[in-house]
Design a protein around this ligand. Structure first.
Ligand code: SF4
Length: 304
């Protein structure tokens, strides 16, 4: 299983089976808050980075295991829409299952009509838009030099009008960088014209690419939420029932989770359906074998 991971507990999608369409770490942005670290290949060039056949074969195998999956989610090692075969991947998954399909995208390439068309069969698309100002875009998202924020906004807006599924817009706010009242008010005006079901406000809760990317407090987020209006919600912590996992697969499953993103003990515990005390034994062993590292961020320990 190279490109499929989880199901992992997600703060907004329940148990999410991740589909990674991109080699680590290929993206059109290099966000200061990225939980995957710095971008290695900053590009806007689409390619068949991973074959559609490989993805559908892996999905088929996972579906046969009968685990609880609330969403199949395109995310992972970078920007999923950079894979030129994403449309075929979506169609194949739709033939295999009726589980809803979500795409997490940084939205930067939605100005291209072809990419907007490629996503039409999805059920939910979550583009990001952290700022509406070019200067701040360059500070927080460090984009590919060809990307201009006006074009990104136009792309997300067009997609939101054309798409029949749900669009949730994610805004990641970083302390002292894109959190000024002036910037948030400007963003609120721009976002108002888009056809969105939700606006999801997020902050730096996992270890970021740059140490200077700091989180906002709950109170700061509440103030921003008021400006952004009724559709806006602060992404809540994940709380769901656990699910069963095969014990012989525990070590392999933990390694597969920590390889993709930093996770807490609780995340691992929810995903594998095992008690935290049991998980501790595995991660201790993996730490001793130098396969897992830990770090503390905002008072919480993460495993990578
Ligand atoms: S946060 Fe997402 S968009 Fe930003 S660099 Fe990381 S993968 Fe790319």
């Amino acid at each position: 299983m190279g490109q499929i991971f989880g199901p992992v507990p997600s703060r907004r999608l329940g148990f999410s089976l991740g589909v990674d369409t991109i080699p680590f770490k290929t993206c059109s942005l290099n966000c200061i808050y990225c939980q995957l670290g710095r971008t290695i290949n900053k590009t806007i060039q689409r390619k068949e980075y991973i074959a559609a056949d490989d993805i559908s074969r892996e999905i088929e195998e996972v579906l046969r295991e009968g685990k609880r999956i609330d969403y199949i989610t395109f995310s992972g090692s970078g920007e999923p829409t950079l894979n030129s075969e994403i449309r075929r991947m979506i169609s194949r998954i739709k033939e295999l299952t009726s589980i809803p399909l979500a795409i997490l995208t940084n939205g930067t390439l939605l100005y291209r009509p072809r990419i907007r068309e490629d996503l039409m069969e999805a059920d939910l698309v979550i583009p990001s838009l952290d700022t509406v100002t070019q200067e701040i875009f360059e500070m927080v998202n460090r984009p590919h030099p060809s990307l201009k924020i006006e074009k990104v906004i136009t792309g997300i807006d067009s997609f939101s009008q054309e798409f029949n599924g749900k669009v949730w817009l994610e805004i990641m706010v970083v302390k002292g960088i894109n959190d000024s009242l002036e910037e948030i008010e400007k963003a609120a005006q721009v976002i108002k014209q888009m056809n969105l079901e939700k606006i999801q406000l997020n902050t730096v809760v996992r270890p970021p690419a740059e140490e200077f990317a700091r989180p906002l407090t709950r109170e700061d987020l509440n103030n921003i939420k008021t400006v952004l209006g009724k559709k806006c919600e602060i992404i809540a912590e994940f709380k769901r029932a656990t699910q069963k996992a095969y014990k012989r697969d525990v070590e392999k499953s933990i390694l597969s989770m920590v390889k993709r993103r930093p996770v807490t003990l609780v995340d691992i515990s929810h995903s594998l359906g095992l008690h935290r005390n049991e998980i501790i034994k595995y991660v201790e062993t993996l730490e001793k074998k130098h396969q897992v590292k830990t770090e503390v961020h905002s008072g919480e320990r993460y495993y990578r």
